[in-house]
Design a protein around this ligand. Structure first.
Ligand SMILES: *Cc1c(COP(=O)(O)O)cnc(C)c1O
Length: 352
């Protein structure tokens, strides 16, 4: 039978949901792309888990198909989330698909990438911007959903993590086992938590033999786990990981410590460098936050971290699509040249 979406595919590893309540856009089953270029740069065998190819352009669809289906099962009429952008895009789309639920999203004013805002709006979510940051938005959502008949679909919702853990299953299904390393951006830290859970459950079920070392990367201006304290005013151009007080902080530390991995930081310059390398030399366009995984791998490589692991397999999660944030791409690349409309002028420009 053709692919029927995440819940059908990995049903026996997920909480039970009645068929009629499953809300799916046939998400996931995303490609694991081998990068010759990055393998050459590091001496590793580098694979990119390209989550930008999900229906709304980010991995958030994994958790959202679960969270919205469970909300439907509970006969919720309204779902709500705080978002740096991708969660709201995904919640809005899945609420629209449900046919029964309205979606309310709270976002920090002025810090949402254009594509993500466009998604939430066109899917007809009620979009409320606050004069505050993501952490403020999440506090408001928690208060509302604690006291009113509204389902919270942020990653505090345990079904989000359940859906997201399937990314680790997909990696194992393609590689035949877990990789030696798994590099991933860390914002609210739900995703690193979910991958670690997924790798462990798959091994326990006999579907894989080993566990990866989890390598998490925060942006330098938003690195509370690395510094060991809340960051009041997180700053980074990678808006999807601009978070000062991660909801899954403790679980991320557990993933780091139990896997023998690390959580480190990468600067905005390192993120942009990796973002450009990925697009120019592997042909994969991801959003800036996503490139933190590759930026982190390249930074560790320069420090000699992988010198005893040459040839080892590493998977870098690319969390979202580059088209989410086109303004950023145009800003960091030279502008196109303009010439007269003659063949000579064009040939001269090409250098022929
Ligand atoms: C949500 C998101 C992240 C951060 O994931 P967490 O689970 O919050 O750590 C990273 N990149 C993109 C594109 C995202 O949408």
């Amino acid at each position: 039978m053709s692919y029927q979406g995440l819940i059908h595919h990995y049903r026996k590893y997920l909480p039970p949901i009645k068929d009629e309540n499953i809300v799916t856009l046939l998400e996931c089953n995303t490609p694991l792309i081998h990068s010759e270029d990055l393998s050459q740069r590091t001496g590793l065998k580098v694979y990119l888990k390209y989550e930008g190819l999900n229906p709304t352009g980010s991995f958030k669809d994994r958790g959202m198909t679960m969270a919205i289906s469970m909300a439907k099962e509970k006969q919720a009429k309204v779902v709500m989330c705080a978002s740096t952008g991708n969660t709201s895009a995904s919640a809005a789309a899945y609420a629209a698909k449900s046919g029964t639920m309205k979606c309310v999203v709270i976002i920090p004013e002025g810090n949402i990438a254009l594509g993500k805002l466009a998604q939430a709006m066109i899917h007809q979510a009620k979009v409320i911007q606050i004069r505050g940051n993501f952490d403020d938005a999440l506090n408001i959502v928690k208060e509302v959903t604690d006291n009113h008949p509204v389902e919270l679909v942020n990653s505090l919702n345990p079904y989000r993590i359940e859906g997201q853990k399937t990314a680790a299953f997909e990696v194992c299904d393609v590689l035949g086992d877990a990789p030696v390393f798994h590099a991933i951006p860390v914002g609210n830290a739900g995703n690193i938590t979910a991958y670690w859970k997924g790798y462990n459950e798959y091994k326990a079920a006999g579907q894989s033999q080993s566990l990866p070392k989890m390598l998490g990367f925060q942006a330098a201006g938003a690195a509370p786990i690395v510094h060991g304290h809340v960051i009041d005013k997180p700053e980074t151009l990678a808006t999807a990981i601009r978070i000062g007080n991660p909801a899954s902080w403790k679980q991320a530390e557990t993933a780091r410590d139990d896997s023998g991995g690390l959580i480190d930081l990468v600067t905005d310059d390192e993120i942009i460098e990796a973002y450009k390398i990925l697009a120019a030399h592997t042909g994969v366009f991801c959003e800036p936050a996503s490139a933190a995984s590759v930026a982190g791998m390249l930074k560790l490589n320069q420090q000699g971290f992988f010198k005893d692991s040459q040839g080892a397999t590493i998977v870098c999660t690319l969390t979202g699509h580059g088209l989410k944030d086109p303004n950023n791409a145009i800003k960091v690349i030279d502008q196109p040249v303009t010439v007269d409309s003659t063949m000579d002028a064009v040939l001269k420009e090409i250098g022929l």
